[in-house]
Design a protein around this ligand. Structure first.
Ligand SMILES: Cc1cc2nc3c(=O)[nH]c(=O)nc-3n(C[C@H](O)[C@H](O)[C@H](O)COP(=O)(O)OP(=O)(O)OC[C@H]3O[C@@H](n4cnc5c(N)ncnc54)[C@H](O)[C@@H]3O)c2cc1C
Length: 443
């Protein structure tokens, strides 16, 4: 292992984007990843011919950083229908985005999910967030409150909040209490109104694969767990101490805390994280209706356990072998029931959702309990859009340089993770006196 300019701990999106930006500026990097593959939270596994993402995730095509970094055509993105179907009162209610699907204007207006005034309020919110640049959404003069408070301040009715926003935003922030930050909701709302929700045809992991494929040979080291990070050096399990001009901790807050101890310096990383339980089921034949068009299905009754359900094979057929379908169910929080109990609770909800369907024919592929899926984003969390990436800014001896990247120093999203990686790289370049490469060209 040759010595590199920069050591990066963590081969998730943040770590890989950091390495790519450094690479582009002519600096060498070594990324040490504890797991057997890169991607962190964005990985896809093949199980019995099905593609199983590690939890239900979508890529929003309007993400500005991701658009600049990724080769989107190569991802062969498959899009969801803009809107959702909400189950309550024994039936499904369609709420399409009338701005993106003008033909659905009347259906949407008549759908019993909220009042006509609520739909007008959605339009106003949409227009406002579209008018502002992303940085403007996080401007200090705009208040940060809980999502619930924002919705109440804007006059949304209880039915619209409970039937649509609670399962929809709750599923995105992994928090059905709607106590997460209004700023992230506005960011997400802007992204949804300016682009599509999509997945690469071959699974979300293709995003990570694409980034990894661009790393120079010798950059990425797998099964390499870093046990300690200090200014200019790290201890790697079974390898020993490695040194570099700068060290970037691109592992999530809790790991960063363990690696850095007292040097971590920020109470921000001691926040608990939010978890989710993902249940993937295989169906022989097509999915029941509604589910054949690529629409997200929501629990408008908030009785659970399933908050949302996506038939992934309706979005991209590659998610399931020919003649079969894949259902991805999200249960908020880490569900501690046994697999049998959880499955039985899910099946009884599915029987209410699809009464003419024999859900016993749905076979279990995998239950994944993801404890640290997203940081808890309750306010104050986005008091600024970009949290500092420099950990040691003191007297600038080169060996003192320690940096952070990860979705907890930016928006908790694919886009934020990627951006934090670039920001950490740019801080290193500035501190080492290396010219920033021109923007515009992909790293
Ligand atoms: C279920 C779920 C659903 C989500 N849905 C969406 C969505 O729909 N849209 C969206 O934009 N975002 C979504 N996200 C969030 C998005 O996936 C993350 O924001 C992003 O992937 C974070 O990337 P990261 O590089 O910051 O962290 P991570 O992906 O966590 O990467 C950190 C890496 O560091 C490694 N590591 C940790 N400790 C060490 C160590 N000591 N030594 C070496 N390596 C170490 C880890 O193994 C990991 O690979 C979701 C996340 C989850 C889990």
């Amino acid at each position: 292992m040759n010595q590199a300019d920069v050591i990066i701990i963590g081969g998730g999106l943040a770590g890989m984007c950091c390495a790519l930006s450094l690479q582009r500026a002519g600096l060498s990097a070594q990324v040490f990843e504890a797991c057997d593959a890169p991607g962190g939270r964005v990985r896809t596994d093949r199980v019995d011919g099905f593609l199983l993402d590690r939890g239900f995730q979508v890529f929003l095509t309007a993400y500005p950083e991701a658009r600049a970094v990724l080769d989107l055509p190569a991802l062969d993105l498959r899009t969801f229908e803009p809107g959702s179907r909400v189950f309550f009162g024994s039936s499904w209610h369609t709420l399409m985005d009338p701005w993106r699907r003008p033909g659905s204007l009347l259906d949407g207006a008549l759908a019993k999910v909220g009042s006509i005034s609520d739909k007008v309020r959605v339009g106003t919110l949409r227009a406002e967030v579209q008018k502002l640049p992303v940085a403007g959404l996080f401007a200090p003069e705009r208040p940060e409150r809980t999502i619930e408070q924002l919705l109440r301040d804007r006059g949304f009715g209880q039915s619209m909040i409970d039937r649509f926003f609670r399962p929809f935003m709750g599923g995105i922030m992994l928090d059905s209490s709607l106590k997460s930050s209004s700023r992230m909701m506005e960011f997400v709302f802007k992204m949804f109104s300016e682009g599509d929700a999509a997945v690469p045809s071959g699974g979300m992991g293709r995003i990570s694969d694409q980034l990894a494929s661009r790393l120079a040979p010798g950059t990425l080291w797998l099964n390499a767990k870093v046990e300690r990070a200090a200014p200019g050096e790290v201890d790697i399990a079974n390898v020993g101490t490695m040194r570099a001009r700068a060290v970037v901790v691109a592992a999530p807050g809790s790991s960063a805390e363990a690696l850095l101890g007292a040097q971590s310096g920020s109470a921000r990383w001691r926040r608990p994280w939010r978890g989710v339980t993902n249940v993937c089921m295989a169906i022989d034949g097509p999915p029941p209706q509604p589910g054949r068009d690529a629409v997200l299905l929501l629990d408008g009754e908030n009785t659970g356990p399933i908050t949302n359900l996506a038939f992934m094979s309706s979005v991209s057929p590659l998610y399931a072998p020919a003649g079969k379908s894949l259902a991805s169910l999200s249960v908020l929080g880490v569900d501690h029931r046994s697999d049998t109990e959880l499955l039985s609770a899910c099946r009884s909800q599915l029987s209410r959702w699809f009464p003419s369907e024999d859900t016993a024919r749905w076979g279990l592929l995998r239950i994944q309990r993801i404890a640290s899926a997203l940081p808890d984003q309750s306010p104050p969390w986005y008091t600024r859009a970009e949290w500092p990436v420099r950990l040691a800014t003191g007297p600038t001896r080169l060996a003192e340089r320690l940096y952070r990247a990860g979705d907890d120093v930016d928006t908790a999203s694919i886009d934020g993770a990627m951006r934090s990686g670039r920001r950490a790289a740019e801080a290193i370049m500035a501190d080492l006196g290396v010219a920033l490469p021109q923007r515009g060209e992909r790293p």
